[in-house]
Design a protein around this ligand. Structure first.
Ligand code: ADP
Length: 246
């Protein structure tokens, strides 16, 4: 007899439909989409522009509620339906459990690379942060910048970093709070092949080491063979085209 093994971290998207207002009617951006990604693995989403990829990331990241369906995030501490979570709880989840890396890096121009990460940690905390907490935050921020290969760039502001370096700060920042779920849009779009490969290496290592369930949108087909599962989106329909699991 086989017993279903449940990993402690997983994202399950179940029959999710999302529509947007469109003139007098509605446009269906996600049409009964389902997928599951477990901790430590990466699901890549490909597909033409306008097919619904960003919409899928947005619902998984709690930024938009779908019209119907369930999006379940299981973590070692509990299970939440992201499709129906309230605004305040969603904001708390994005601080504690969901790392978001979108194409526009949204780095704050006045802050150094190190400060971009530190500020993540202090969001949502009380005004008074103890010296001990500050010290721990700084240590983690330095460790992460080191992990993304930016240990020697930590005092630089975004204007003095290259596109690839900014992307790496972005990824390090999304990991600051050790998220169960990482949602990444086009991480290699602004990079040459070699730097793109290095970013994919980094994301693979992170997903594995941190047991993060990762949803990654990409146009870049060169790295697809390294993903645990590959899906393609067409007109809001999601279909799996490859899987590393037999
Ligand atoms: P992709 O990321 O694959 O380019 P999107 O998820 O951005 O696709 O878009 C899917 C469809 O939804 C497209 O037809 C797009 O025009 C539409 N769409 C996206 N965002 C909105 C919005 N905020 N309001 C109305 N329509 C939208």
């Amino acid at each position: 007899m086989t017993t279903a093994i449940r990993t402690s971290t997983a994202l399950t998207v179940d029959n999710v439909t999302l529509t947007y207002p469109d003139g007098t009617g509605r446009l269906t951006a996600l049409d009964r989409v389902s997928l599951r990604v477990t901790g430590g693995t990466i699901a890549a989403i490909t597909g033409p522009s306008g097919s619904g990829k960003s919409s899928l990331l947005a619902v998984a990241a709690t930024l938009i509620h779908p019209d119907s369906g369930h999006i379940t995030l299981e973590t070692p501490t509990g299970t939440t339906d992201l499709a129906t979570v309230g605004r305040r709880e969603a904001a708390a989840l994005r601080r504690s459990s969901i790392g978001i890396v979108f194409q526009q890096s949204n780095l704050i121009p006045a802050l150094t690379a190190l400060e971009q990460l530190e500020v993540m940690s202090h969001l949502g905390q009380h005004l008074h942060v103890s010296t001990q907490q500050r010290r721990e935050t700084r240590t983690r921020a330095i460790e992460l910048l080191d992990a993304v290969g930016l240990a020697d760039q930590k005092s630089k502001r975004p204007a003095h970093l290259s596109g690839g370096q900014r992307q790496r700060v972005n990824i390090a920042r999304a990991l600051m709070n050790n998220p169960a779920l990482l949602v990444i849009d086009e991480p290699t779009s602004a990079l040459d092949t070699e730097r793109g490969s290095a970013i994919i290496d980094l994301i693979l290592t992170i997903a594995h080491d941190h047991n993060t369930a990762t949803l990654l949108v990409t146009h870049d087909r060169t790295h697809l063979h390294r993903m645990d599962a590959v899906y393609t989106m067409t007109d809001g329909h999601l279909a799996q085209i490859a899987s590393a699991t037999p």
